[in-house]
Write a protein that binds this ligand. Structure first.
Ligand SMILES: Cc1ncc(COP(=O)(O)O)c(C=O)c1O
Length: 376
């Protein structure tokens, strides 16, 4: 139950047990082209998709180094570790990050973002972390940013690393120019492949203004794909086989069904964990449907709690980041998550609390969760 890497279906693991192929061959085209096409379906875009052999940070960095130039103004809401890192990357690329800062657990409102656009009519791009994995918050106005970016045709970039595949993304419809994720999150594939999708306008900009970088040079990826459906550098072949299989599973389930399942499971986790006496960290209007961050009860020690949970009940969850270390813990609700995971997690957390001397009512938790799970 980590917010990544998530459980990988056996079918996906098995897909990796194949002999290596030549990545400059038709065999590779047979593998890579479907990866690209399925990625576009999941991001709901007619643009280009590049499946980078990298972790999520690589795809996020690629979005920055290919778009942000010295002196460019970029508006970015910041309320946690990953949005903070992204703002830092923008500055390292020479950009000027106009942070819309809110406290952890609370999202910037659309009005605050609008105000930043009002005050910065020369903005070059809007970047955001859709799901702030460090605190369990999720922006819920991605469909309304286009009105702001269209004022001066600024670019719109979404770090969807911990959420694409678990929530609705309409890249083209919402006017998103660049978006990316990591395969180890809601796609339920092993870590190491991170797809980045790029719309036509951003692609043209990148080709006309190529970055001074080699590995994440997206114009090179576009060129190789157009010429041969290859990648410019040696890709992680086993991980691409796994990714391809994971994408099949997503499309077989149906993206809308998958998103509904994620929402149902997170609603059940919030209800069930609240019923056993825990409180979510994020403010209600900002809460994520894929990462549930909870406050530690007074006196509940992080390491002992999580070690007991994993040692005695084999349920793995994550701790807090930075100054939230020891104050919150995080439950991932991604990928393969279903009724079994939800019920078992609530029961295991409740039993662990009881072992550590807290008064909880596991039945109340399971009952509250079950009521939410009825449509699964
Ligand atoms: C929102 C977000 N962005 C970026 C990253 C970085 O991804 P990775 O650890 O795969 O490099 C993460 C990782 O959890 C994330 O949640």
């Amino acid at each position: 139950m980590l917010p990544g890497p998530t459980n990988v279906p056996e079918r996906v693991t098995r897909a990796m047990y194949v002999p290596m192929i030549n990545h400059r061959s038709d065999d590779f085209v047979e593998l890579y082209e479907p990866c690209v096409e399925k990625t576009k379906q999941v991001f709901r875009t007619e643009g280009d998709a590049v499946c980078l052999s990298a972790s999520g940070t690589g795809a996020v960095e690629a979005s920055v180094v290919n778009l942000v130039k010295k002196g460019d103004k970029v508006i970015i809401p910041v309320n946690g570790e990953f949005s903070g890192r992204l703002a830092q990357m923008i500055e390292w690329a020479g950009g000027q990050a106009v942070r819309v800062t809110t406290e952890p657990g609370v999202n910037a409102t659309l009005d605050q973002v609008r105000e930043a656009f009002d005050n910065n009519p020369d903005v070059k791009a809007f970047y955001c972390v859709w799901n702030e994995t460090s605190t369990g918050t999720m922006l819920n106005y991605l469909d309304r940013i286009k009105d702001l970016t269209s004022r001066n045709d600024s670019f719109y970039v979404v770090d969807g690393v911990s959420i694409v595949g678990g929530e609705t993304l309409e890249m083209d419809k919402w006017g998103v120019d660049v978006a990316m994720t990591g395969a180890q999150k809601a796609f339920a594939a092993p870590p190491g492949i991170s797809p980045i999708c790029v719309g036509a306008r951003a692609k043209k900009y990148m080709i006309d203004n190529p970055p001074s970088t080699m590995y994440f040079n997206l114009p090179r990826y576009f060129k190789y794909y157009e010429e041969s459906k290859h990648t410019p550098f040696t890709p992680s072949l086993p991980l691409l086989y796994a990714y391809n299989e994971a994408m099949d599973i997503i499309l077989e389930e149906g993206l809308d069904n998958r998103i509904r399942r994620h929402r149902t499971c997170s609603a059940a986790l919030y209800s069930g964990l609240s019923a056993i006496g825990l409180t979510p960290f994020a403010r209600e209007d900002s809460r994520s449907t894929v990462v549930i961050a909870l406050n530690y009860l007074p006196g509940l020690e992080d390491r002992t709690f999580r070690n007991t949970l994993s040692g005695k009940f084999r349920v793995l969850i994550a701790g807090g980041f930075g100054h939230l270390k020891g104050k919150v813990f995080r439950v991932g609700c991604m990928g393969e998550v279903g009724r079994y995971h939800v019920m078992r997690t609530i029961s295991a957390i409740s039993s662990t609390l009881a072992l550590m001397g807290y008064d909880t009512d596991p039945q109340a938790g399971l009952k509250a969760a079950e009521q939410r799970l009825s449509d699964l």
